[in-house]
Design a protein around this ligand. Structure first.
Ligand code: CUA
Length: 334
């Protein structure tokens, strides 16, 4: 679409025609009023030019009608930008529930991607065409920004929290991705490619790279080696830490009386700064894992904790079902 405009990037996601439409509408309105005002100024300059050196202009008393019209019409036009833009924003920044998740960690100066099935990539991201993909993003150092022009998506990647982007690619191909936030010396080189493949081709690619274990299995191993399991039994064994089964995305009652949703950011905070939000009924005894685990390992722990919530209650913690390349994602999650 819009290949007649040479500087517009390729359009390859379900949302990009909507972003383009708003953009062209804004440009169209701007061009129309620029030409209108320039035209009227030119016309008036000529029509009402001074004709004799001592000419005195006719006094003008003002017009309420005119002033109302030129206030109300621009207001209505500005509100169309606002309403249209807000609708688009809400859709583009609220990832759909059934999306395939990919973890993204920015780092000076590279992009690290990890699929829930374990495949890792650097500066390259393989995805299937026609599936909703949700990027769960954070950074190991400074602020970066993941920008994929062909999909019309762009979002900051911020230390200490998770941000999200989503897209559904509409045609196979290779699309440039960029870092769009100045992040130091080699910022300009912090780019790469999104490779959009046919679903069967993507399945082949996944199984061709299946040497890696799934993110949740890596997380489970970390959970054992770090000794988490001695306090956080799946069903509350150990007794010193809250049970983790089905905790993901549930409402948690805190010691302080407040309630919090156990989302990605809460889990991350609880690993790095355990005293911040203590679950009701437990003591402040958990040590911090700041400096012990890196961002990628936190993502794996998170994948493990999520996998505990995507199984029927009472099942053991083995996240084997997450390891199948055919069924990644959280479709079965409650
Ligand atoms: Cu990372 Cu600019």
């Amino acid at each position: 679409m819009q290949t007649w405009v040479p500087f517009i990037p390729e359009s390859a996601s379900t949302e990009s025609p909507h972003v383009d439409a708003l953009y062209f509408y804004l440009s169209g309105v701007t061009i129309f009023f620029t030409l209108l005002i320039a035209g009227v100024v030119t016309f008036f300059v000529i029509r009402y030019r001074r004709r004799t050196p001592y000419e005195i202009p006719r006094p003008i008393a003002g017009s309420h009608t005119l002033e109302t019209v030129w206030s109300v019409i621009p207001f209505i036009i500005a509100m169309t930008f606002f309403v249209w833009g807000t609708g688009l924003y809400f859709r583009n920044y609220r990832p759909p529930e059934n999306a395939l998740e990919v973890y993204v960690v920015g780092k000076q100066w590279m992009w690290k991607f990890q699929h829930t099935t374990g495949q890792r990539e650097i500066n390259e991201l393989h995805v299937p065409v026609g599936r909703k993909i949700k990027l769960v993003m954070t950074t190991e150092d400074v602020i970066h920004d993941l920008f994929i022009p062909a999909f019309r998506i762009k979002a900051d990647v911020v230390p200490g929290k998770y941000t999200y982007e989503w897209f559904e690619a509409t045609k196979p191909g290779r699309y440039h991705l960029f870092c769009a936030e100045y992040c130091g010396m080699n910022h300009s080189g912090m780019g790469g490619w999104v490779v959009v493949m046919e679903p069967t081709e993507f399945d082949n690619w996944l199984s061709g790279n299946a040497g890696a274990q799934s993110a949740s299995t890596s997380g489970q191993q970390l959970f054992q080696t770090l000794g988490c399991a001695s306090c956080h039994g799946n069903n509350g064994e150990g007794g010193r830490g809250p049970a983790l089964l089905s905790v993901y995305n549930s409402e948690v009652q805190l010691e302080s009386g407040a309630k919090v949703r156990a989302d990605d950011s809460y889990i991350r905070e609880s690993v790095l700064n355990p005293q911040a939000k203590i679950v009701a009924g437990y003591g402040p005894i958990m040590p911090t894992f700041q400096g012990v685990v890196n961002e990628e390992q936190i993502v794996q722990l998170m994948a493990y904790i999520k996998s505990l919530s995507s199984q029927p209650a009472g099942a053991s913690g083995a996240p084997g079902a997450q390891g199948s390349p055919k069924a990644p994602g959280r479709e079965t999650q409650k």
